[in-house]
Design a protein around this ligand. Structure first.
Ligand SMILES: *[C@@H]1O[C@H](CO)[C@@H](O)[C@H](O)[C@H]1NC(C)=O
Ligand SMILES: *[C@@H]1O[C@H](CO)[C@@H](O)[C@H](O)[C@H]1NC(C)=O
Ligand SMILES: *[C@@H]1O[C@H](CO)[C@@H](O)[C@H](O)[C@H]1NC(C)=O
Length: 396
């Protein structure tokens, strides 16, 4: 059902600032999502069209490749043969005089076999610099560009937009287009649930391909920072797929430890316990935001140990604002997914208070809500301590 909330998708940093500073409840947008089930775009929709040319690289996407913002992971897919896994790049469009070698991989899911999925990490980039890059070879070489984030500092601006539960419906296209109208946005904080391919028979993984072609128009140019949701689990023993999170982890690697190493029993907890990235964010006085990529996904045993070790590492002199992304919200007044995050909230919320998390973005519930600062309460508004929460998006 529904649509990404307009406010959520595109007001980007403005919304964040409002949340952080004003956070008054009440109507925030004229936008009303439509009632009823969202309809997926047909497989032959123009936004899913592969680029022309034999074995042309498709599904190009980037994500930040290190803590500081001086690396970028470039990923793409070729379908006929592997081709080259090398990215050419440079600060001038006409002289891509640097290169980074990568690797390709392939996976199967039931009777689906993926294309050749390439990942290449470009390192030692300058801050706040526009780079051009190219993937593919010969006539089907394709060129894109991105801008690295500025070096972190208390007064450095950075603009991003939270997005989640995007899917590939007609409404998804409207939502992405709306995000794109904010020309200042430099990165997406994605709160989980990418493609909804698992809603298809046999989790039809061709819908991972269509989704990646659909979002390439943005994702090839700005890093999306990933958090996984329940639609990334893809645990399907009835299809012989017992290793969770395979399509997601093969296609969207993050620079730090991956959660897919966990045993399958944990996966049943994921829906409510969620997966989270943790970010160091600097919010300077002028209201824009610098994101300093802080960590990847949970480590040794479930998120618990990871988060326990991670929070103290955030240096709040360097990172005065701390934002956490998660999939299932901890506070939600909507009837759908009501209190699904409760066990996780009980477990982790004391740390959020202790380490003074400023802002939490969540998805999962496809209705926009935000709260006053709130913590450790049975959904009572107005407590002085705690975080601001935001949920957004489509229906699951
Ligand atoms: C690439 O070209 C730029 C000038 O456009 C130059 O500053 C840089 O040193 C060159 N890099 C390499 C690796 O040759
Ligand atoms: C996979 O199996 C399903 C069910 O048997 C079938 O409909 C589909 O065409 C198959 N797909 C491929 C790629 O073989
Ligand atoms: C935190 O960052 C500040 C400013 O860069 C630095 O002076 C300080 O040593 C850091 N603290 C720790 C514990 O690393």
């Amino acid at each position: 059902m529904g649509v990404v909330n307009r406010i959520g998708a595109a007001a980007a940093a403005c919304a964040v600032l409002l949340l952080a500073v004003a956070c008054h409840a009440g109507q925030t947008s004229e936008y009303r999502r439509q009632l009823g089930q969202a309809m997926d775009m047909p497989i032959d929709a123009d936004v899913f069209r592969p680029p022309p040319g034999r074995n042309a690289p498709q599904q190009v996407h980037i994500t930040q490749g290190d803590h500081d913002g001086t690396a970028m992971i470039i990923s793409w897919v070729t379908t006929i043969e592997p081709g080259s896994s090398t990215v050419l790049y440079g600060a001038s469009e006409d002289s891509l005089n640097c290169s980074a070698k990568g690797k390709h991989t392939q996976y199967t899911f039931y009777n689906y076999t993926s294309g050749y999925i390439h990942h290449s990490t470009i390192k030692k980039l300058e801050f706040d610099t526009k780079y051009y890059y190219a993937v593919g070879t010969g006539e089907t070489r394709r060129k894109f560009w991105f801008r690295t984030p500025p070096k972190s500092g208390p007064d450095v601006p950075y603009t991003f937009g939270p997005l989640g539960d995007l899917g590939q419906s007609f409404d998804s296209n409207v939502a992405l287009a709306h995000y794109e109208t904010n020309t200042k946005a430099q990165a997406v904080l994605f709160v989980g649930d990418l493609t909804y391919a698992d809603n298809y028979p046999y989790h039809d993984n061709t819908r991972w391909d269509t989704w990646a072609r659909f979002v390439e128009r943005n994702l090839a140019y700005q890093p999306w920072i990933w958090t996984a949701g329940n639609h990334e689990i893809d645990f399907a023993p009835e299809l012989g797929e017992t290793k969770p999170l395979q399509p997601f982890s093969q296609r969207y690697p993050t620079p730090y430890i991956g959660f897919w190493q966990y045993s399958t029993f944990l996966v049943f907890h994921l829906k409510s316990l969620c997966l989270c990235h943790c970010f160091g964010i600097i919010l300077p006085h002028n209201g824009n935001i610098l994101l300093q990529y802080k960590v990847g996904l949970e480590a040794e045993f479930f998120p618990y140990k990871w988060l326990e070790a991670e929070f103290p590492k955030v240096n709040r002199s360097e990172t005065p604002w701390l934002i956490v992304l998660m999939h299932a919200p901890w506070y939600n007044s909507y009837n759908y997914h009501y209190m699904e995050g409760e066990s996780m909230r009980v477990m982790y919320e004391p740390w959020f208070v202790k380490y003074k998390v400023d802002l939490v973005f969540a998805g999962h519930v496809h209705a926009y809500e935000r709260t006053h600062r709130i913590s450790n309460v049975a959904y009572l508004p107005g407590r002085p301590l705690g975080q601001v929460y935001s949920t957004r998006n489509r229906e699951s």
